[in-house]
Design a protein around this ligand. Structure first.
Ligand SMILES: Cc1cc2nc3c(=O)[nH]c(=O)nc-3n(C[C@H](O)[C@H](O)[C@H](O)COP(=O)(O)OP(=O)(O)OC[C@H]3O[C@@H](n4cnc5c(N)ncnc54)[C@H](O)[C@@H]3O)c2cc1C
Length: 280
């Protein structure tokens, strides 16, 4: 199918993009990598009058360590993040997740910020941000604000972003020698959206784990933390953690809710092993 007719403009600055969003309101959409947006236009799930291309805005594609955080710009391509030594060293959970996002062609164009703003419930990065307790930086007509990942993902493809706002960067805590990361997903083919996935972050604490956060994706409209399972796993009780999984995934085109729940337990056992191993 072909999209409904639309106009196109390229914003050169953040301010210009915010002004355009404010002027055109719901009739406009931001265009980043286009890997999700163009598909929704072609399927006529969305028919905006205007696309505002943000790829020409300078300074939004950096990856940098800033004190105790790693900052990833919204326009950093998935491929750029995947190949980044900074990410491998200081954000190991994100490094583990990147190869699972689509295929190389999609990772060459798709952006980190686009994936977070789109908030597909089966996407890897929103769950990683939830597991890491990340902060999301947003620019809008009233300046900049930060939203914690815990409050950002509101519903199916729904986030805390307001209509006139642009996601500009994400901040995750920089890893140190005690940081542990775990990631696993089950997909029909490598690169497909996951049937179920799990992103996990923790700190080694003596023989146990502290600050453990388990974030599942593909089990509901948003990524979800398994808080009761976190408590059991922090004490080293893997069976107890699996028994404590307390979400009920709905059936979808990929699997029934019961299958997803079973797979969530399988993934938890795999990730528990990863978390118990020191970083190389
Ligand atoms: C075949 C295929 C397979 C895929 N598989 C996966 C997968 O396994 N896992 C996965 O996570 N993703 C997958 N994707 C999606 C891919 O990761 C996209 O790149 C991503 O979801 C959206 O990023 P984008 O830069 O392409 O955004 P776009 O498509 O340009 O935009 C998506 C939406 O986000 C909005 N948006 C974009 N950037 C911003 C911003 N900075 N601020 C505010 N709003 C913004 C746009 O207005 C639009 O509504 C797949 C895509 C395809 C086509």
């Amino acid at each position: 199918m072909k999209p409904a007719p639309f106009a196109y403009t390229k914003a050169r600055t953040l301010k210009e993009a915010v002004v355009l969003l404010s002027k055109h309101k719901d009739d406009a959409r931001l265009l980043a990598g286009g890997q999700s947006l163009i598909a929704t236009l072609n399927m006529r799930l969305s028919a905006p009058d205007l696309l505002i291309d943000i790829n020409g805005i300078k300074g939004l594609d950096g990856i940098a360590k800033k004190g105790k955080f790693v900052e990833i710009g919204a326009l950093a391509r998935h491929a750029q993040v995947e190949r980044s030594e900074m990410i491998a060293k200081h954000a190991p959970l994100i490094a583990l997740a990147m190869p699972h996002i689509g295929h190389p062609a999609i990772r060459n164009r798709g952006t980190f910020g686009g994936s977070i703003a789109f908030a597909d419930p089966a996407a890897e990065l929103p769950a990683c941000l939830l597991a890491l307790g990340a902060a999301i930086e947003i620019a809008g007509p009233k300046g900049k604000r930060k939203v914690k990942a815990d409050a950002f993902f509101k519903g199916l493809f729904e986030t805390a972003l307001r209509q006139q706002e642009i996601l500009i960067a994400v901040r995750v805590p920089a890893a140190d020698k005690n940081t542990r990361a775990g990631f696993a997903e089950l997909a029909r083919r490598h690169g497909d959206y996951a049937i179920v996935g799990l992103a996990a972050s923790a700190r080694a604490d003596g023989k146990g784990l502290s600050d453990l956060r388990l974030a599942y994706f593909g089990v509901g409209p948003t990524p979800v933390r398994a808080i009761k399972a976190e408590a059991a796993l922090a004490k080293g009780d893997v069976d107890g953690a699996v028994a404590a999984l307390d979400f009920d995934p709905p059936d979808d085109v990929q699997a029934t809710g019961a299958v997803k729940k079973h797979l969530a337990g399988v993934l938890l056992r795999r990730v528990a092993t990863q978390l118990s191993e020191a970083r190389p």
